[in-house]
Design a protein around this ligand. Structure first.
Ligand code: ADP
Ligand code: MG
Length: 621
């Protein structure tokens, strides 16, 4: 609640609206306590007194009634009617919307077509028709305004409910044996309530205007009762000769509607959880770069990550996710990057093409060179041309990377067309070819499938096909097989292996699985807390791990046919990267750690291609 208020008042306009509205509401609530004159007593001798005359602060109207008193009484009525209409419309409309959305099918159809019919009338005409049928009067105006706004709520809430009703937690509630009423009240309602509140806060002002409109036409409040609309209506004839009689209620309507709308917008923004977490502050097209220090010299590798530093600046905290990583691949080579979850593998991979979200991500040092050209800080267009065309990514979750509403063929074609100008038919032919390349059976018919019609393994293969679409030179695969079962994983690894042999593709393969590394990679780099702690040819590292962390990681892997042995889990947790210890980050979990390990920076040492960042390595390298 307090964060809600803080967010709300950070928005200056909303705060202004809240203050104005609060003043008006307080004044209106205090009406019975204030020494006001009777709003309905006429005194024809005092007609059209100007504002600030004695006894009449805002002057008098055409019947000599005190304008201030009429204004406050009228405002009270108008606010009450507007809020009541909004509450009624929101309650009935939302109930209709939830029922239509939850039950779906024919219920939905009948209800929504009726609502559509109501919506097809111009609403003022509808309101007039309702008042004409019921007869003029404030109560009937309220009913009319509420009725014409019901479809608005029904439509909005139905849309949200339909989306929610298909979700798993509703299925789970059904499976748990809950009745419809209980599901609607305890599962659906809490989820749509924020939307109802938001819709209400943005329409109350509108409904006050509509009620005032009906009263202005003489269909709402009846004389002598004052509301803002009828005050305006009565003042119409004296608009030129005595403008204050119309300006006073007019200004009040303006203030009320303005302040409610400003506040309503503020409430909407403050209630939106995405805005609250700051996720809607849109990321820049490329990662922010604030490099200090020297930029490393070019090498003749195909892709070289050189002393890369990537951090997340969140509030006052500084998460050093990648703290000086150097990696390189040549054509046809596969480099494995291995490490526990949270060790900075994904951030390293995303930094290559400037894909780390900024804010909060910032690249603070180092270089990423593709064929010698530094990509860090390169203009967006340069990176865009390389993304997907020269350097392609395969991500972990195949369902979230495919668009649910396009067939996989269209998505493959789109990937090709964004870099190459070829015809539609040609792109489709190429898409089928790609699906065949990744061993999808019946590629000709599968090309028209939607992602949900495919299995997880197939979707991941589509993801790989997409990465291959433009024949890139480098593929960065971020745990591409983690979500798959072992047979599919083996197929995909074999596929990647073929591709690099046939096409000379360079692969950076990120994983936490030593089995996968052993099967596919020529070299492997072990990451811990944002740094490389050991690297070398795969067989050398696996046979004789030099860093205690690597050794213990390998000891965690169960071996088929290796007989029964105790699996040695590594005690403790990886450090939080906002608060890294001095010296070796693994020291707190290492049983060989000495004082010197915690003293200061430890270099990556060894004779290339082997290297280890440890003062007391298990093996000399
Ligand atoms: P992994 O090795 O499992 O791929 P990541 O590279 O995704 O790990 O994450 C590295 C570190 O960066 C983690 O400690 C994570 O908490 C941190 N991190 C990642 N994204 C953000 C972010 N948006 N804000 C703050 N910290 C982040
Ligand atoms: Mg990751």
């Amino acid at each position: 609640m307090s964060t809600f208020l803080k967010l709300l008042f950070r928005n200056r306009l909303a705060a202004m609206g809240a203050v104005i509205l609060a003043v008006i509401v307080l004044a209106v609530l205090a009406v019975p306590l204030l020494p006001l004159q009777d709003p309905d007593v006429t005194a024809t001798a005092d007609r059209f007194k100007r504002p600030f005359t004695d006894g009449h602060l805002l002057g008098t109207d055409h019947l000599g009634r005190d304008l201030l008193s009429r204004l406050l009484h009228g405002t009270r009525l108008s606010l009450a009617i507007g809020v009541a209409a909004a509450l009624i419309a929101a309650t009935i409309g939302s109930a209709i919307g939830i029922i239509a959305g939850y039950f779906g099918g024919r219920t939905d159809n009948i209800i929504m077509r009726t609502v559509d019919m109501l919506m097809a009338f111009p609403y003022i005409l509808l309101a007039l028709a309702i008042v004409a049928a019921l007869g003029p009067g404030l109560m009937n105006a309220l009913i009319a305004v509420a009725a014409v706004n019901i479809p608005f709520f029904a439509r909005n809430i139905r849309g949200i409910t339909v989306g929610l009703a298909g979700r798993e937690f509703i299925d789970a509630a059904r499976l748990a044996g809950m009745g419809h009423a209980r599901i609607i009240l305890t599962e659906l309602l809490p989820n749509v309530l924020p939307v109802i509140v938001i819709a209400m806060s943005t329409t109350v002002g509108w409904m006050i205007l509509e009620t005032a409109g009906l009263s202005f036409l003489g269909l709402g409040s009846q004389p002598p009762q004052a509301d803002l609309g009828s005050m305006l209506g009565e003042a119409r004839s004296a608009m030129i000769s005595h403008p204050h009689t119309s300006i006073v209620p007019g200004l009040m309507i303006f203030l009320i509607v303005m302040s409610i709308n400003l506040l309503g917008d503020g409430v909407r923004d403050a209630l939106d959880p995405r805005l609250r977490s700051g996720a809607l502050s849109r990321p820049l097209p490329t990662t922010l770069v604030e490099r200090s220090g020297d930029i490393p010299e070019p090498t003749d590798d195909l892709l070289a990550i050189q002393d890369l530093h990537t951090q997340f600046h969140v509030g006052a905290r500084n998460y050093r996710a990648v703290g000086g990583v150097s990696l390189a691949v040549r054509p046809g080579e596969c480099l494995g990057v291995i490490g526990e979850s949270g060790s900075g593998k994904s951030v390293t991979a995303l930094s290559v093409m400037g894909l780390v979200a900024s804010p909060p991500g910032v690249i603070t040092g180092g270089a990423v060179r593709y064929q010698g050209e530094d990509l860090i800080g390169a203009p967006y267009e340069t990176l865009r041309k390389k993304r997907g065309d020269h350097v392609a990514y395969i991500f972990q979750d195949p369902l979230s990377t495919l668009h649910p509403l396009y067939s996989v063929g269209d998505q493959l074609a789109e990937a090709i067309l964004s870099h190459h100008k070829i015809g539609k038919a040609e792109a489709r032919r190429r898409a089928i070819e790609l699906l065949r390349d990744v061993r999808i059976p019946n590629a000709e018919s599968r090309v028209d499938n939607y992602p949900h019609e495919m299995s997880g393994g197939m979707r991941q293969r589509v993801g790989i096909a997409m990465a291959l679409a433009n024949e890139p030179d480098v593929i960065i695969a971020d745990e591409p097989t983690t979500a798959l079962d072992v047979t599919v994983q083996a197929q995909i690894l074999a596929l990647l292996d073929d591709l690099r042999r046939d096409r000379g593709l360079a692969i950076v393969f990120i994983t936490h699985d030593f089995g996968v590394v052993a099967q596919l990679c020529d070299r492997v780099a072990v990451m811990y807390a944002g740094r490389i702690v050991e690297e070398g040819p795969t067989t050398a590292v696996l046979d004789a791990p030099a860093h205690p962390y690597t050794k213990r990681l390998i000891a965690c892997v169960p071996e088929l046919g290796g007989g029964r042995r105790e699996l040695a889990a590594i005690p403790g947790l990886p450090p939080v990267v906002s608060d890294l210890p001095a010296g070796c980050a693994f020291a707190p979990r290492c049983d060989k750690a000495q004082e010197s390990c915690r003293a200061g920076e430890i270099d990556l040492k060894g004779s290339a291609p082997r290297a280890v960042r440890c003062l007391y390595p298990e093996e000399a390298v």
